[in-house]
Design a protein around this ligand. Structure first.
Ligand code: B12
Length: 228
């Protein structure tokens, strides 16, 4: 971990987001990574808390939906143009490699949030997984069909809206009803699902960061390899 004091940077980055100022936010991003922060660290330590604060201000009506939309758009652009290319560079020479496992990933039905899900997809790829990203607002049946088609090892579902949690349960119930529960490991994440919810619906893991997603997937595949 780099020796960076994050609080002032988060505040500056947040100010950029709330002012709808891409240049300001992207300059902070570039500068911080030049000072030694890794892209993953910058995403976790600066982008994520700034977005949580944007959400808090939306919840308390200090800002309105258009401001949240603009903040999200700036973050999407910074991720695409700065964070992602640097993360992929970190991956090294690349070339042909045998993936650690195949993950079918989706934001669940009803939910359009994808900044966190996209980071999960990226970090899994950087860590050697093959990822089939189905995007946002994906119905449970579509996830299951694709997981079967792709012969996936793991299904990952993301949700930031508590109103969409029932669709996660529905996906697991559909797997059980189809006799497929043992065919895939299922992990969930995003801001909405709690540990208690995960236990109740019977998934293999719940995570609240992209790093946790990677750890869980590695543990699942490791467990499978040793079991063979
Ligand atoms: C940006 C944002 C938006 C953007 C989304 C843009 C986009 N392309 O994603 C826009 C403006 C479109 C939006 C819309 C809405 N939003 Co919104 N949004 C947010 C905000 C501010 C940030 C979300 C975010 O990107 N966080 C940063 C990322 C990095 O974190 P993350 O998603 O949690 O992901 C990390 C982990 O959770 C984990 N993870 C994620 N997925 C997975 C999956 C697996 C398998 C694993 C293991 C881990 C994992 O790893 C990720 C990376 O570390 C949050 C505030 C908050 N506290 O989250 C509100 C928030 C989620 N939104 C909220 C609401 C209410 C809405 C709207 C209903 C508003 C409205 N009135 O229209 C709509 C819903 C639209 C829809 N149907 O989905 C509420 C939800 C409340 C609730 N309890 O349900 C929140 C919490 C704001 C608030 N405090 O009120 N939103």
């Amino acid at each position: 971990m780099s020796e960076i004091t994050w609080e002032p940077l988060i505040q500056e980055f947040l100010d950029g987001l709330l002012a709808g100022d891409y240049d300001r936010a992207s300059t902070i991003s570039r500068k911080t990574m030049q000072q030694g922060a890794t892209p993953a660290e910058f995403f976790l330590e600066c982008i994520t808390p700034a977005l949580v604060e944007v959400g808090n201000r939306f919840e308390t009506l200090e800002i309105c939906l258009p401001e949240m939309v603009i903040a999200a758009e700036i973050v999407r652009k910074i991720n695409d143009e700065i964070v992602q290319p640097l993360l992929l560079e970190d991956r090294g020479a690349g070339g042909s490699f045998r993936p650690l496992g195949k993950v079918v990933l989706a934001t669940i039905q009803g939910d359009l949030h994808d900044i966190g899900k996209n980071m999960v997809a990226l970090l899994l790829k950087v860590n050697g997984f093959e990822v089939v990203d189905l995007g946002i607002n994906v119905p449970p049946a579509v996830i299951i069909d694709r997981a079967r088609e792709e012969q996936a090892d793991i299904i990952g579902m993301s949700s930031l809206l508590t109103t969409c949690l029932p669709y996660m349960k529905d996906m697991v119930d559909q797997l059980k009803a189809g006799g497929l529960r043992e065919s895939f490991a299922v992990i969930i994440g995003g801001a909405a699902p709690t540990d208690e919810f995960a236990e109740r619906i019977g998934v293999d893991g719940v995570g609240h960061s992209a790093a946790e997603a990677v750890r869980m997937c590695k543990a699942i595949m490791g467990a499978r390899t040793t079991a063979v």
